[in-house]
Design a protein around this ligand. Structure first.
Ligand code: UDX
Length: 425
């Protein structure tokens, strides 16, 4: 086995590109294959199709070691470890759609020189089922735990690396584990099903933490406590930890909604009703809708009211709008008869088609102009920099602000004459 072995990455989406760039940074030759020819051509020209801090620079820095191709043969002849980074979107039933993974398995066939290293999030049992059909092909489960916006640094500084193989002693498993040695993180060697479950359970647990603190926030509103203080006090308990205790208008994104629902379905399909996750999902849905109630509390009927949504992306530092709370809010407001305008520093292009009947603005001030109420949906730093006391307030028809992320200075806004509604405070 050479010191730095060449690697294949299948799928040049968000996970694939981050994986390819980071392994190239670790001085591996990387053969990255995608079926979309225009994307591959763009990548060869040095154009990066997604917005992820640090990624474009890392791809550029390592361009000599990165080879983009549409031909699986190129990856197969150059590398033995092939990282599967294709997406597994949710189906209508909430199960994961594995058709892209299946297509990759089909293409690789039964080669015993190669191992498929699964980074895509798949249901527990997928590895076993693939191995049953392609017994000669090596198989390693190596789930990703990357957060959008910090994916490059998450890859280079992981809390842990999970490597799942059917047999405890697996040459392919050893080789995958060795790739991560320079990162100095704990490596969890386990069986394939447990590795698959670690990924789903981690995301489901984090989503549970968010729904839990959101319910504490809702009760705090009734009882006069401040959830940001509660979370601070709780989070200092090491057993609880301070992360993912920010109350808000619910979680979104490409992973949590999908993975929580996939685990719930998976449990259900095996005959177990996962009650807790059912509640986690329901709390998240209701949390988005509570915002509408907060506007109605002050404005009465929303028919004909001008409402500004600040932020469209599901969180800051990304242009991703998958499962973004903004989309649910905009659609609900439109159906309540409100006139909705939105602004986001990077995400409106991606959201344009999804924001039916909504006016897209070029600046926050434009969105606030003449508004009867505004909702802060995404905590982009520029929303803190707005001149709330001055121009922002002057532009609004009525200074009503629902801060869906507890992001702004409530005292400052109130002293400036705003009606300020946070979440749980
Ligand atoms: C998540 C996981 O963190 C990552 O490990 C996994 O691989 C993919 O899914 P990501 O979807 O990029 O990453 O975003 P994350 O930063 O985890 O936030 C998810 C959602 O939860 C966002 O909508 C965010 O606004 C919300 N959130 C997060 C809260 O509402 N409160 C919190 O305290 C933290």
């Amino acid at each position: 086995m050479p010191d730095r072995e060449p690697l294949g990455v299948i799928g040049a989406g968000w996970v694939g590109l981050v994986t390819a760039a980071c392994f190239a940074e670790l001085r591996h030759e990387v053969y990255c294959r995608d079926i979309v020819a225009t994307k591959v051509e763009a990548l060869k020209r040095g154009e990066v199709p997604i917005y992820e801090p640090g990624l474009a620079e890392m791809l550029e820095r390592n361009q000599e070691r990165l080879h983009f191709t549409t031909d699986m043969g190129d990856a197969l002849s150059a590398a033995q470890l092939l990282f599967c980074c294709v997406d597994t979107p949710p189906t209508y039933s909430g199960d994961a759609d594995l058709s892209r993974v299946e297509a990759v398995v089909e293409e690789l066939g039964g080669s015993n020189d190669h191992a498929l290293v699964m980074k895509s999030t798949v249901p527990v049992g997928t590895g076993r089922s693939i191995r049953r059909r392609q017994a000669d092909l090596g198989y390693v489960s190596n789930p990703e735990f990357l957060k959008e916006g910090t994916a490059v640094s998450d890859f280079m500084h992981p809390d842990r690396v999970v490597v799942g193989t059917a047999e405890a002693s697996s040459e392919f498993g050893d080789r995958v584990a060795a790739l991560y040695q320079p990162l100095d993180a704990p490596i969890v060697r386990t069986d394939v099903a447990s590795a698959e479950m670690i990924k789903l359970a981690s995301n489901a647990f984090l989503a549970t933490k968010i729904s839990f603190i959101n319910e504490i926030a809702n009760v705090s509103e009734e009882l006069g406590a401040d959830v940001t203080e509660v979370a601070r006090g709780m989070g200092l308990d090491e057993r609880i930890g301070s992360q993912f205790l920010r109350a808000g208008i619910g979680y979104g994104g490409s992973c949590f909604p999908k993975d929580v629902s996939a685990l719930k379905q998976l449990a259900g399909n095996s005959g177990y009703h996962f009650q807790l996750l059912t509640a986690v999902i329901e709390v998240n849905e209701l949390q988005k809708r509570r915002t509408i109630g907060k506007l109605q509390k002050h404005l009465g009927s929303l028919v004909g009211k001008e409402i500004a949504l600040l932020g469209v992306a599901f969180k800051p530092d990304t242009d991703d709008v998958r499962e973004a709370t903004s989309l649910v809010l905009a659609a609900r407001l439109v159906s309540e008869g409100a006139h909705v305008r939105v602004y986001d520093p990077v995400a409106t292009d991606r959201a344009r088609e999804l924001l039916k009947g909504v006016r897209i603005c070029e600046s926050a001030l434009e969105a606030l102009d003449g508004a009867h109420g505004a909702v802060l949906v995404t905590e982009w730093p520029e929303f803190r920099e707005l001149d709330w006391k001055g121009e922002a307030k002057a532009r609004m028809a009525r200074p009503l602000l629902v801060d869906g992320r507890n992001f702004l200075d409530a005292d400052l806004l109130r002293s400036a004459g705003f009606t300020y509604e946070g979440v749980g405070r």
